[in-house]
Design a protein around this ligand. Structure first.
Ligand code: FAD
Length: 305
C-alpha cells in the first residue's frame, strides 16, 4: 500500500521526526511520498533513504497552520496510509484528514510492524493497545519512538500550487509573548515538582535549561498549587512528551506524570527518596536533595566541551 507522509516544519527547518516517519513507511511498504505543506526543507527530505517522491505545496493558506484549510488543500493528493508525527499539529491535521477522506485514525503510535500492525500506550501507559490496520488509515507516531531512516536517497521534488477556493484562511496567528521553548517542541526537558519547595526555585531549573537549550516542564501538583501555566504540565492531563532527555527534579513519579514522559529516550531523576517511583523509569537516578545535586549537575554540563 502507498504511504503519504505529511512533513512538519520547525524553526530550524524540516521537523526531526521526518526520518522516523520514513522508517515507519518502509515497514508499511509501498511507494512513499512526502508532502511538505508550504515548502521548505524539500532538498533534505528528498535525501532520506526510502522516500520515492517529494511534493512541495505552495499556497497562501500554508503560511499559518490551520488544520481544516490544510486538510482541504492536501486531501486530493493523499494516497494510501497517511503518517504524521504525533505532535499537537500532527494530531490535529491527522484528525481533519481522516474526517475529510473518510478513513480511520490511530493516534500516538509507538511501534509499527509489518501487516500493518501498530501499538500505542493506553490507560496512562499501563497497557499497550495492539491495532491491526486494514485498508488505508491515518497514523500519528510519537516522536523518538522509532529509529530514523538513513540518508542517501535522491527522490524527485515536484511543486503543486494549491487553489485559493478555501472557505477558511487564517490571516494572523499571535504567539504568546514568551521566549521560552515549549515542552512539546523540546528535545531536552527539565521538569520540577513539589520537591522544589517553592515556585521561586523554578529559577534554578531555568538556569540549567538555559545552558542545555531545554524547555522547563512541571508536575500537576505545582501547576495546581503554585499557579504555573498549564502549558508546562507534563502528564495524563498535561502534555505527552518524548524528548531525547527528560530530567525530573523533585518529582515523585506518580502514574499520571509517567503517562506523559515515560517514552522519553533518557530519563534522569533527582529525588531524595530512594523509593520514589520515578526511579523505576529512570535511566540515571540521583538520590539526593536537588539543592545538593542540581548545582553539581549544572557545573558538569557547563564543563562539557
Ligand atoms: C485524574 C488525575 C490526573 C492527573 N494528571 C497529572 C498530570 O498530568 N501530571 C502530573 O504530574 N500529575 C498528574 N496528577 C497528579 C499526580 O497523581 C501526582 O499528585 C503529582 O504528579 C505529584 O506531583 P509531584 O511529584 O510534584 O509531587 P509529590 O508527589 O508531592 O512528590 C514530590 C517529590 O519530591 C521529592 N522531594 C522532596 N524534597 C526534595 C528535595 N529537596 N530534593 C529532591 N527531592 C525532593 C519527594 O521525595 C517526592 O518524591 C493527576 C492526578 C489525577 C487524579
Amino acid at each position: 500500500m502507498s504511504v503519504t507522509i505529511i512533513a512538519e516544519q520547525q524553526e530550524e527547518g524540516i521537523h526531526t521526526t521526518l526520518p522516523q516517519l520514513v522508517s515507519a513507511a518502509s515497514v508499511v511498504g509501498g511507494p512513499c511520498t512526502v508532502i511538505i505543506p508550504g515548502g521548505g526543507g524539500e532538498a533534505a527530505a528528498s535525501q532520506i533513504e526510502g522516500v520515492d517522491k517529494v511534493l512541495k505545496f505552495n499556497g497562501s493558506c500554508f503560511a499559518i497552520f490551520d488544520s481544516q484549510s490544510w486538510s482541504t488543500a492536501l486531501k486530493g493528493s493523499i494516497e494510501g496510509t497517511v503518517l504524521l508525527a504525533s505532535t499537537p499539529q500532527g494530531r490535529e491535521l491527522g484528525a481533519s484528514l481522516a474526517a475529510d477522506i473518510g478513513i480511520s485514525i490511530i493516534q500516538d503510535v509507538t511501534s509499527v510492524a509489518e501487516g500493518v500492525k501498530v501499538e500505542r500506550p493506553v490507560f496512562s501507559g499501563k497497557a499497550i493497545e495492539k491495532v491491526a490496520v486494514s485498508g488505508a488509515a491515518v497514523v500519528t507516531i510519537r516522536p523518538n519512538s522509532l529509529e530514523p531512516a538513513g540518508m542517501g536517497g535522491s527522490a524527485p521534488v515536484s511543486t503543486i500550487d494549491s487553489g485559493e477556493d478555501l472557505r477558511l484562511a487564517v490571516k494572523e496567528a499571535i504567539a504568546k509573548a514568551s521566549e521560552k521553548i515549549d515542552v512539546s517542541d523540546a528535545d531536552i526537558i527539565i521538569s520540577g515538582g513539589r520537591g522544589l519547595g517553592d515556585i521561586s526555585n523554578f529559577e534554578k531549573l531555568e538556569e540549567v535549561a538555559g545552558t542545555l537549550g531545554a524547555a522547563v516542564g512541571a508536575s500537576r501538583a505545582v501547576v495546581d498549587e503554585w499557579g504555573l501555566p498549564h502549558s508546562m504540565q507534563v502528564g495524563q492531563t498535561g502534555k505527552t512528551v518524548t524528548p531525547s532527555l527528560y530530567i525530573a527534579v523533585g518529582i515523585s513519579g506518580a502514574i499520571q506524570h509517567l503517562a506523559g514522559m515515560r517514552s522519553s529516550n533518557y530519563i534522569v531523576a533527582i529525588n531524595k527518596d530512594p523509593e520514589a517511583p520515578i526511579f523505576n523509569v529512570a535511566d540515571y537516578g540521583i538520590v539526593a536533595s536537588w539543592e545538593d545535586a542540581l548545582p553539581v549537575l549544572h557545573d558538569s554540563i557547563k564543563a562539557l566541551p
